[in-house]
Design a protein around this ligand. Structure first.
Ligand code: SF4
Length: 349
């Protein structure tokens, strides 16, 4: 089967689109359901493996569609927990990263939505080298399918928090969400999926109208425009006033609690002034603040606050009735931060 961008990725098609194609070929409609289940329930990599589909139809599939592939290039396994990080090669040679995390009662994967990233956050290796291209919905799905197969583990939670800004690849993201949630595929609940954005205001507004019960996480990392602009170029495009207003509307429309990711950088955003700016900014918003102490090994330019400073920052926010969690760091001994393996492979780090 030919791969590449000139043909649609068969794994990105909704069942209705497959049905339309099947009808155009004069085949029986039930064939669409068979093919969809082969792709998304049995997670076959190649139409050849669809044993109950006629050979002639398989040949037509190969003629009309591309079938994205992922090849495991590298794997890092944590010795501290069961976190595993994968570097995958896409059909066109681009590299992406995905991470498997094992919790007590569920397994989760963190997937990439783009090869590289254009957003330029200063603490992130994914942006080194810029954006190569958007991933198709099928390539996002494949990360889940491939890891399930490689590890013989069932995945029930997904975070779209790897390389890329998912809301800059909006249509493919939506397809991915609806396909991974489909009852004839993996049937992963929307409530178990988190999409993380650095704050693309108009897309947050659009997402609010999609009737999805996903979790939305905003990479905030600073509570004033002035500070945010120093580490996140997206803050030049969207001020915090507009971002938080969009988040309020998102909550009003969806009823879903928002998460604000806040990477604690010692001496930069963890002073009592920062606490007050954060409290003012998020006042009255149904949200949780997820504190992430930066890892100085990975983020060499930044200093990690001590555990006491993290506790104090958390306690100060909680004293003012804000919901706060501290992210449990998985795979701290491997290159857990997104983009590091890929950048290293490309010798950019
Ligand atoms: S943190 Fe996310 S949005 Fe920012 S550069 Fe990294 S991948 Fe892109």
């Amino acid at each position: 089967m030919k791969t590449g961008t000139e043909k649609k990725d068969i794994r990105s098609l909704y069942p209705e689109e497959l049905a339309e194609w099947i009808l155009s070929k004069g085949e029986k409609p039930y064939r669409a359901g068979q093919i969809f289940q082969w792709l998304h329930k049995s997670q076959v990599l190649n139409p050849e493996e669809m044993s109950n589909v006629p050979k002639s139809l398989k040949q037509e599939l190969e003629q009309d569609f591309a079938c994205s592939t992922l090849r495991e290039e590298l794997r890092q396994e944590s010795k501290l927990d069961e976190t595993k990080k994968f570097l995958f090669e896409l059909s066109d040679g681009n590299m992406i990263e995905s991470v498997f995390m094992k919790y007590r009662s569920w397994n989760s994967v963190c997937i990439s939505s783009q090869a590289g990233c254009n957003m330029g956050c200063s603490f992130c290796a994914s942006t080194i080298g810029g954006l190569s291209r958007d991933l198709t919905a099928g390539e996002m799905l494949l990360q889940v399918y491939e890891i399930q197969k490689l590890l013989s583990e069932k995945i029930s939670r997904i975070v779209v928090m790897g390389s890329g800004e998912p809301l800059e690849n909006y249509d493919n993201l939506l397809r991915f969400l609806r396909l991974v949630n489909h009852r004839d595929g993996q049937d992963i609940s929307m409530r178990n999926i988190t999409v993380s954005t650095c704050g693309i205001v108009e897309k947050i507004e659009e997402l609010a109208g999609e009737d999805l019960s996903i979790n939305l996480a905003i990479s905030l990392h600073a509570a004033t425009d002035e500070k945010r602009k120093k580490i996140m170029p997206v803050a030049m495009r969207y001020g915090l006033k507009d971002l938080i207003a969009a988040c309020r509307r998102y909550f009003e429309r969806t009823g879903r609690q928002l998460t604000f990711e806040y990477a604690l950088i010692d001496g930069f955003n963890n002073t009592s002034e920062d606490v007050h700016s954060l409290l003012r900014l998020l006042e009255g918003l149904n949200c949780v603040v997820n504190l992430i102490p930066v890892n100085p090994v990975r983020d060499r330019a930044f200093k990690e606050p001590g555990s006491r400073a993290v506790r104090e920052f958390k306690a100060e926010l909680e004293r003012h009735a804000l919901n706060v969690t501290v992210r449990r760091e998985m795979g701290r001994d491997i290159d857990g931060a997104c983009g590091q393996l890929r950048a290293r492979k490309a010798k950019k780090l």
